[in-house]
Design a protein around this ligand. Structure first.
Ligand code: 5AD
Ligand code: SF4
Length: 442
């Protein structure tokens, strides 16, 4: 055994699905460079963190983690910070954590092989910090996907929207779309090796512009849904401003497109939407909701909401609450506004005190829980197709996911043993605010 000469790495990922998928590409790249992935920091020669800076808490987690592992530096381990905190803080990370030797933002991952060579040659500080002007996408044939049934495909990177609160345009750079031919070729390859579900990813998928001008976003969706073997196509995240009716038409026309749309509103107050530079009003958002409600399929709608944006009054907040009544979302992610470096909203006055943000968030989530309780109850007695995603051995239950992206846990009679990755029909027998319970139908 040559255990000592084996190059090993440990990678921990924070943040969104884009980061999770970037990590799959980073792992693939490292494996192709002769590295072996290990499950603990202790076993690794190279320790990598793929970081998130969307809110202050996420950023703090990274520095806490680096602090925790300071003790390992004496053992000769090397540390690298990747992703949004790397891009945002740049070489300042070396000052805060001097034992770090690699700092690399997501727009520079394509240069990772050369950076690894420099690291291995003993260069103490290696950086990859391409700025937001890059035109390059990180396309690699070495993606190491973690799930054998369901996989991500990036269709657009970066963001040009510059919402007032958001750090993403600074950390992920300008918008650049990938050619539809390349996206579809990757989807076909995945179908060939057994993937049945694909998730098209981008910070703002509705801004997708095929560089070869072959397909609109809705046409790309439809084409992905028509690939033999692909049974489910999801996409995230949508921006209301660019969200076209043709997407709903595609969902109605192509059964493989999941009947779920995540369409973040951020606030129910047009005044606050304006201050956030979201580029739409509450009425325009509600128009898109009406399109979805008029669709032939039952489209599940989910959202992101920020409370306590600077200047948000009690009345503005009430409007967000009334929006929940009007839309009846199936789920929301609620966040307290967190000031971020470089963003335009840093300069705004009238900060909302943290306790008030916390109160508003609790009120928001309480209200949403009741809406969800009611929404989920409607599924009682329905027979729903699920993708079997896991098993809870202790409860003798399987974990299924519906096309609407709801969790449906189920039991199976006798010795039925549905395989992970298969699709089965389940009768919903009980409902909760966040999940459904049922029995497999044979
Ligand atoms: N503070 C709080 N929430 C934020 N988000 C983005 N930036 C911030 C911020 N500065 C939320 C938005 C976005 C989601 C991914 O994170 O709701 O849709
Ligand atoms: Fe951030 Fe707005 Fe771009 Fe979404 S659309 S990533 S919230 S700037």
């Amino acid at each position: 055994m040559e255990a000592s000469s084996q190059k090993t790495f440990y990678l921990e990922t924070f943040g969104c699905q884009m980061n999770a998928h970037d990590s799959e590409k980073v792992v693939g790249t490292l494996l192709s460079q002769g590295y072996c992935q290990v499950p603990t920091v202790e076993e690794a020669g190279l320790v990598l963190y793929n970081t998130c800076s969307i809110r202050d808490k996420a950023e703090q987690k990274v520095f806490n983690r680096l602090n925790d592992y300071k003790k390992f530096q004496k053992q000769g381990k090397k540390f690298g910070v990747l992703g949004c905190v790397a891009q945002q803080e740049g070489a300042k990370i070396f000052e805060r954590a001097p034992y770090v030797s690699l700092v690399c933002g997501s727009a520079s991952y394509r240069n990772l092989p050369q950076m690894l060579v420099q690291l291995e040659a003993g260069k103490p500080r290696v950086t990859g910090l391409d700025d937001r002007e890059t035109d390059e996408c990180f396309e690699t044939e070495f993606t190491a996907r973690t799930n054998p049934h369901r996989g991500y495909i990036t269709i657009i990177e970066g963001c040009d929207k510059f919402c007032a609160y958001c750090v993403v345009p600074f950390t992920r750079g300008k918008e650049r779309s990938r050619a539809s031919d390349s996206v579809l070729a990757e989807a076909r390859k995945m179908a060939d090796v057994g993937y049945t579900e694909i998730q098209l990813l981008g910070q703002n998928v509705n801004s997708y512009k095929d560089p070869a001008a072959r397909k609109t976003f809705a046409e790309l969706l439809a084409a992905a849904g028509e690939i033999a073997g692909i049974r489910r196509v999801r996409f995230t995240t949508s921006h209301p401003r660019d969200f076209g009716r043709d997407i709903i038409e595609a969902i109605d026309a192509v059964p493989a497109l999941c009947n779920h749309v995540h369409l973040p509103i951020q606030s129910g107050s047009t005044r606050i939407l304006d201050a956030m530079q979201r580029l739409y009003t509450r009425d325009q958002y509600m128009e898109r909701v009406a399109w979805m409600r008029a669709a032939k399929r039952d489209i599940s709608l989910t959202s992101d909401i920020i409370v306590g944006f600077p200047g948000e009054t009690e009345e503005d907040f009430e409007q967000t609450l009334s929006l929940l009544d009007d839309v009846q979302y199936d789920s929301i992610f609620g966040f307290k506004y967190s000031p971020r470096p470089n963003t335009p909203s840093l300069k705004l006055q009238d900060a909302v005190p943290d306790e008030e943000k916390a109160r508003r968030l609790a009120v928001l989530l309480d209200k949403q829980r009741e809406i969800q309780r009611h929404n989920y109850q409607k599924h009682l007695g329905e027979t729903i197709e699920v993708l079997v995603e896991g098993k809870n051995e202790a409860r003798k239950q399987w974990i299924g996911r519906t096309s609407q992206n709801k969790t449906l846990n189920f039991s199976a009679r006798g010795d039925a043993n549905p395989a992970l990755g298969s699709y089965v029909s389940v009768l919903a027998t009980a409902t909760f605010p966040n999940s459904l319970l049922g029995e497999m139908v044979v």
